[in-house]
Structure formats: C-alpha cells, structure tokens
Write a protein of this length. Structure first.
Length: 94
C-alpha cells in the first residue's frame, strides 16, 4: 500500500495519526488523515508548494484540503488553524 493510500484509509473514531512521532490522540475537529498530514507538514514550516510536492498532490488539492480543514476548525485563517493544531497536538491538550 502506498503512502497516500494509508492516509486515506478509513479510521474508526477518526484518530489523527499523521506520523509515527505523533501519538494517536483525539481529533476534536474530525480532520481527515490527509488533512492531518498536510497540517503536520505545514507546522514543520513547509510552504504549500513544498507540501504539494512532498505528498505528490496538485497545489489546488492542498489548498482545498486546507480550506476544508479551516472550515471544520472554524478558523478564520490558515495561520489561526495552524496555531490551533499546534496547541492541540504539540502541547498535549488532547
């Protein structure tokens, strides 16, 4: 199974497991695995184009995933969503 197929595989309670170094934690916004991976890469400082290249996706697909994630998170901007993501997943607020 390729990397992308593992990201979009159905998950029971929709835990967010974007990478081995992130523990499986409650995903309060019900982000998809693909959205979790995109936000993980963005939180590491990658630009949209670099995320697209890393995941072998079109820039528009990445932008659409970010927009949908922002809507789920009720964030006004991508930076707002990234701050919410970072606070939840990197500080152990779960």
């Amino acid at each position: 199974m390729n990397h992308w197929a593992t990201l979009i595989a159905p998950l029971n309670d929709r835990p967010c497991t974007p990478a081995p170094h992130y523990p499986t934690v409650f995903n309060p916004w019900h982000l998809s695995p693909a959205q979790c991976e995109i936000f993980r890469l963005l939180s590491e400082g990658l630009a949209h184009a670099e995320v697209s290249e890393a995941l072998e996706l079109d820039n528009r697909t990445v932008a659409a995933q970010i927009r949908r994630a922002r809507e789920k998170m009720k964030a006004n901007t991508t930076m707002h969503a990234l701050l919410m993501w970072d606070r939840h997943f990197n500080r152990g607020d779960a």
